[in-house]
Design a protein around this ligand. Structure first.
Ligand SMILES: [Zn+2]
Length: 190
């Protein structure tokens, strides 16, 4: 594993977009740019959500990321594939982001959920509804709106999507877990 620096605290969760309209999977492309071109230790983010809703892990959660100047020593970075200054977040990404943020908020209750443009001068993450994500995850902490945060798990019942996959979550290398929208459980991501 690269020689990551350990982050001392986690009081922010910062959401990004890749600012890339490429329609395919973007994780490898983004990582290649961060490592190959910029010379970083790894992809700069801790989590990466493809258009399909697939969630991939980047840097270990305990490590400092490279995603928000002046905030990497206190923030977990979550990136969404896409350029949301000119396109919409996909429904699958939206569901995956809600699940991931609820999960992280359960683990780091004091962490504020922010868009990159809340902390740096940038258009990132475009026009996604950050206030909605803040509200949903705040409600999740209170067990409201059918979203509950339990012991290391998050379950999100969504009535009209019963039986459909909400997100495909990749934990580590080669380990796939299918998350169902109805009664689905997001596994612990340590
Ligand atoms: Zn950003």
């Amino acid at each position: 594993m690269p020689d990551f620096k350990r982050r001392e605290k986690t009081d922010e969760i910062i959401v990004h977009h890749t600012a890339d309209t490429y329609g395919g999977m973007q994780y490898a492309k983004t990582r290649d740019y961060h490592v190959g071109t910029l010379g970083w230790l790894d992809i700069g983010y801790h989590y990466f959500i493809e258009r399909s809703g697939t969630v991939l892990t980047g840097r270990p959660e305990w490590a400092e990321g490279a995603h928000a100047k002046g905030h990497n020593d206190r923030a977990i970075g979550v990136a969404l594939a896409g350029d949301f200054t000119q396109e919409q977040i996909t429904p699958a990404q939206d569901r995956a982001l809600v699940a991931l943020l609820a999960k992280l908020k359960g683990k780091y209750p004091a962490a504020a959920i922010k868009g990159h443009n809340d902390v740096n001068a940038t258009a990132c993450p475009g026009n996604i509804p950050m206030s909605k994500y803040r509200q949903i995850t705040a409600d999740a902490q209170k067990g409201a709106q059918g979203v509950t945060v339990g012991e290391g798990v998050v379950s999100i019942p969504i009535g009209e999507q019963v039986g459909q996959a909400a997100a495909l979550v990749v934990i580590g290398v080669g380990f796939l877990m299918l998350i169902k929208a109805a009664g689905g459980v997001l596994p612990d991501m340590d």
